[in-house]
Design a protein around this ligand. Sequence first.
Ligand SMILES: Nc1ncnc2c1ncn2[C@@H]1O[C@H](COP(=O)(O)OP(=O)(O)OP(=O)(O)O)[C@@H](O)[C@H]1O
Ligand SMILES: [Mg+2]
Length: 461
Amino acid sequence: MSSARATSPSIRQRLVLQLVVVAALLSGLLYLSVRTVADAAVETTQDSILGAATTTIADELRGGEDGIEVDIPYTAFSMLGAIGQDRVFYRIMVGNQTVTGYDDLPAPDGTASGLEPRYYSRPFRDVDLRIAAVSRTVLVQGRAVEAVIIVGQTRQGQAAIVANMANRAAALGLGFFVVATLLSILTAGTVLRPINRLAEAVGRRGPQDLRPIHRDAPRELAPFVTALNGFITRLGGALSRTETFIAEAAHHIRTPLATVRAQAEIALRQTNDDATRTALRSVVRAVDASARSAGQLLDHATVVYRTDQRTDERLDLGALTRDIARAFEPTADLREIVIALDVPVDPVQVTGDRLLLESALRNLVDNAIKYADPETQVDIALKLGDGRAEILVCDRGRGLSGVQAQALTKRFQRGENVGDVVGSGLGLTIVNEVAQAAGGSFDIVNRKGGGACATLQLPLS
Ligand SMILES: Nc1ncnc2c1ncn2[C@@H]1O[C@H](COP(=O)(O)OP(=O)(O)OP(=O)(O)O)[C@@H](O)[C@H]1O
Ligand SMILES: [Mg+2]
């Protein structure tokens, strides 16, 4: 039985790969969202503190007859100093004039509002600043003037917090990815379990188990199981028809041929006319050849059928060899050939199909007797070697000629020196197929001193 090609990647691999890719995308997305939210949250918090400090300064702004008076509160800067080692700059403007502070600290575009501070980011000297600006209207010498309070701060503290958050987000994303990958592997296993179980159940069956599959398969596999069961049913039907055909064909071909042969023999005995006798002899020969061919063809068909539908059992190869040798004794006697048996007394256990092994042995012994010279000896030996049993059938006869030993196992292949002997060229095909099916091997060689030696090796059980 040939095994299925497994070149395409497994469903499991594909499933795990796809789930891992999805997990990686989601982890990346998670990382980005956490970072974005954290950045926004930190910035909003920092802005509120900066805004609160700016508003605190603005609230200390007083107008009066002498001009604007501001008493910059310590709390405003201690609030900002709470976060890291950031530098703080301020500027208070009335109109375009700087009243106090850094006069190059960037003013807001447009007007600052009196209620909520305006926030903006600008480069200032060699640093980047986050700036809040609020405006206040104060009375100076009875006139309402607009003062703008600007406070800027470097954002090193915020950058540190954001970097810390980013690390955490990365760790979170990585953790999520690892968990998702493990879950993917688990999920792939769970999803594929029913398929694996079904494959196992089908794989465990012996070759002759043609019962339909009754397994709870997932709905998606139901069409497959139905198709497989349909196939099994049809195969079973075809096989039983083949079996019937082989048995019936054997009967219907052999019986009339035997009748024709018997009639030809009788006619041969009753006639004295030489021409008729020659004709009748060739009829008998042709009938023999046909009967042999039909018999061997049917045997071969049976062997092919049985190799698929084997009923393996433990057999004593010694007893089997002895039985076959005994069965051939009458045939050997006709040519005054002696069969010499060398078989161990103890049982030689092999596992195989009795019918197949008998068929192979019968063909080997048949060849040996058929192609041996009359009044010679056919040696049949059974030997044991490392885990193997070896049956040797050797004769003293014409030996192999013209065709390579390996080629003789092809269908209908006969040697060049056997034209005078009836045969179909299927015997060694049968032997070789039986050897292959049993996990053994077959070989035939010329024997020293004339004749041929056939070897059938079988694994011991
Ligand atoms: N013992 C042997 N001595 C000499 N030649 C042999 C021997 N066994 C096999 N051969 C050669 O191998 C060929 C194939 O053998 P195989 O048994 O397949 O066919 P066959 O004997 O010719 O016909 P059949 O199918 O009727 O047995 C034979 O025709 C013969 O040439
Ligand atoms: Mg033969």
